[in-house]
Design a binder for this molecule. Structure first.
Ligand code: ZN
Length: 226
C-alpha cells in the first residue's frame, strides 16, 4: 500500500481527490481582497470509480452542511454564492434538496425544513473520514465509520441515551488533541487513534460551526455505520 493506491480500495489511483471536496472552499474571486481559503488543501489518491462516485455527491453535501450554519459569515457567504449558483444551474440538485421539504415558521421567520437524504449525507462524511485517515497514516481505514452530527439530530433520529453519552465522552477526549487544517474558517479536524482496542475518533468542524464526530473501530455499537 502506498501513494499509488486508492484511499478507498485496492485499485490503482489515477487522480487525486480533495478532502473535504474542493467545492467546500470558497473561490478567491468570491472573497474579500487578500483572503484565500484554498491554502494547502488536503488531497488523497483515488481510483476512477471512487473519484467519480464522490463528485456527484459533493455539492449536495456542501448544501446540507452550509445550510446548518447561521453563525459563520464564511458559510453564510459561501452558501449564498456557491450554492445558490449551483441551484440555479442544476435542476437535479434543486430537486434533491427540496424533495420532501416543508415550509415551517420559527418566530416570525418563514423557513424551509429540508428532508435529508441521510444515506448520502453519512456516506459523504464517512468518505471524508477515510480520506483524512489516509492522509494522516498513509493507509486505508478498514473498519466501519459511524457519523454523529448532534446539530442535525431531530425527533426522528435522536439516538438513545447510550449513544449520546458515548458522544459526550469522545468529545471530551478529543478536545485535548491538536487541531489540524490550514483553513480553519472552512474546515478543521482533530484525530485520535488507539490500537488496542482498535478505535479511531475524529472530530471535524465545518465553517467554524457544524461539528461532526466520527467513530471507527472493530467493536463500536450504537447507530448505523457508513
Ligand atoms: Zn477506489
Amino acid at each position: 500500500m502506498g501513494k499509488n493506491t486508492c484511499y478507498m480500495c485496492e485499485r490503482e489511483a489515477i487522480s487525486v481527490e480533495h478532502v473535504p471536496p474542493k467545492c467546500f472552499f470558497p473561490e478567491k474571486k468570491d472573497l474579500p481582497e487578500g483572503t484565500d481559503y484554498r491554502v494547502n488543501l488536503i488531497t488523497v489518491p483515488a481510483c476512477e470509480e471512487h473519484n467519480a462516485a464522490k463528485s456527484k455527491n459533493d455539492e449536495y453535501l456542501l448544501a446540507l452542511i452550509a445550510s446548518q450554519m447561521e453563525n459563520s459569515e464564511v458559510a453564510a457567504g459561501h452558501f449564498s454564492r456557491k450554492i445558490l449558483r449551483a441551484l440555479e444551474h442544476s435542476k437535479g440538485l434543486r430537486k434533491r434538496l427540496t424533495n420532501g421539504a416543508r415550509k415551517t415558521k420559527i418566530g416570525n421567520e418563514h423557513l424551509l425544513a429540508l428532508k435529508i437524504d441521510r444515506n448520502s449525507f453519512y456516506d459523504g462524511l464517512a468518505k471524508m473520514v477515510r480520506g483524512i485517515y489516509f492522509h494522516s497514516f498513509e493507509q486505508r481505514l478498514l473498519t466501519p465509520v459511524q457519523i454523529h452530527c448532534p446539530q442535525m439530530w431531530d425527533e426522528n433520529i435522536a439516538p438513545d441515551k447510550h449513544v449520546r453519552r458515548l458522544c459526550d465522552i469522545w468529545y471530551k477526549a478529543i478536545a485535548r488533541e491538536p487541531v489540524h487544517g490550514m483553513n480553519p474558517e472552512v474546515f478543521s479536524y482533530q484525530l485520535l487513534r488507539s490500537d488496542s482496542p482498535s478505535l479511531v475518533v475524529m472530530k471535524m468542524v465545518f465553517y467554524s460551526g457544524v461539528e461532526v464526530l466520527a467513530l471507527s473501530g472493530d467493536n463500536i455499537d450504537g447507530i448505523p455505520c457508513a
